[in-house]
Design a protein around this ligand. Structure first.
Ligand code: SF4
Length: 316
């Protein structure tokens, strides 16, 4: 059986090729919230969202952006001999800010040794005004800019169950706009949502490919304490999918994905002391090893089943 040298398009390889060296993401924590938590859309948040959003490894948000970057760069640089960095606005919805504040934070992040700025946000928190500014900044400051959007799944019924507060349409609109302004894009997905099936996972992969998303980050579902999902889990109302099913979903997702899409991550990481369930009790790198082992053993790789766009299925 043929074993492909490249199982999937790894983020670390992409960064090394693009910037000529290892590049590390430095978390930046802004004083920002989310319209799905502050009452604008809802005060409950997505059912899996913890108190600190996604940024449990960040410095406090009152520390100035430049200082956060310098302190994190010093720490990472010391431990990993890193010299180039990505400023990662990670927590909550980082474009859900007054325009002038947003501009200031982004401009402050354009420091020496920062090669790119990655901004995590919601599909309904981005518009042409912000994108135009980012396009200009990217050109004048010579920094790559990537917007990371949570979508989790393209199943709009699941999005409702997750209390995302947006549907698939807003995600498609945001992705098309981001592309129009020449900004990079990344989509966050959870492939093992218990309310989704394999069909949903495959369709998510196909839609992301059709939209020309540049990067993907796959999380396994982790269940945090003091969340709606956590309460459902404790009451026995939801059951995480089995580990074997999770691995099969990840690999199938990759097989249908455009091989040029860069994979930022394939497994979730959660703060252990605040988790009720994460990675079936294994470390994330063990999970990753097992995914890669199965792919090698079965001759499967990213893009193996790609080839369904632009009429390729029917027109030979
Ligand atoms: S969009 Fe993000 S920050 Fe907002 S509630 Fe959902 S997971 Fe939390």
């Amino acid at each position: 059986m043929e074993v492909k040298a490249t199982l999937y398009n790894k983020f670390s390889d992409y960064l090394k090729n693009k910037y000529g060296t290892k590049v590390y993401k430095l978390p930046v924590n802004l004083p920002v919230s989310c319209p799905n938590r502050d009452g604008c859309l809802s005060d409950k948040g997505c059912i899996f969202c913890g108190e600190e959003g996604a940024g449990f490894e960040s410095l406090p948000n009152y520390v100035p952006v430049s200082e956060q970057l310098l302190r994190n760069a010093a720490y990472i640089g010391r431990n990993y001999s890193a010299h180039k960095f990505i400023a990662y606005f990670q927590n909550y919805s980082n474009t859900y800010l007054p325009f002038e504040d947003f501009k200031r934070y982004v401009t402050n992040a354009c420091m020496e040794n920062v090669v790119a700025i990655y901004i995590s946000t919601r599909p309904d928190c981005i518009n042409d005004r912000y994108l135009e500014f980012l396009n200009e900044t990217s050109k004048t400051m010579q920094k790559d800019i990537v917007i990371e959007l949570g979508i989790q799944t393209v199943n709009y019924k699941t999005l409702k169950m997750l209390n995302r507060g947006h549907t698939l349409a807003e995600f498609i609109d945001a992705m098309l706009r981001i592309k129009r302004f020449g900004i990079g894009s990344c989509a966050h997905c959870i492939v093992d949502l218990p309310m989704d099936t394999m069909d949903d996972v495959v369709e998510t992969s196909k839609v992301l490919s059709a939209l020309g998303v540049d990067q993907v980050k796959c999380h396994s579902l982790y269940i945090l304490k003091d969340t709606v999902l956590g309460e459902m889990y404790l009451r026995g109302e939801i059951k995480p999918v089995e580990f074997e099913e999770y691995i099969e979903r990840v690999i199938s997702f990759l097989e249908y994905l455009d091989p040029s899409i860069v994979i930022q991550r394939l497994a979730g990481r959660a703060p252990e002391e605040r988790s009720l369930f994460c990675n079936w009790g294994m470390s994330w790198w063990k999970v990753l090893d097992m995914i890669e082992e199965k792919m090698k053993a079965e001759g499967r790789y990213q893009g193996r089943k790609f080839g369904y766009l632009n009429g390729e299925t029917c027109i030979k």
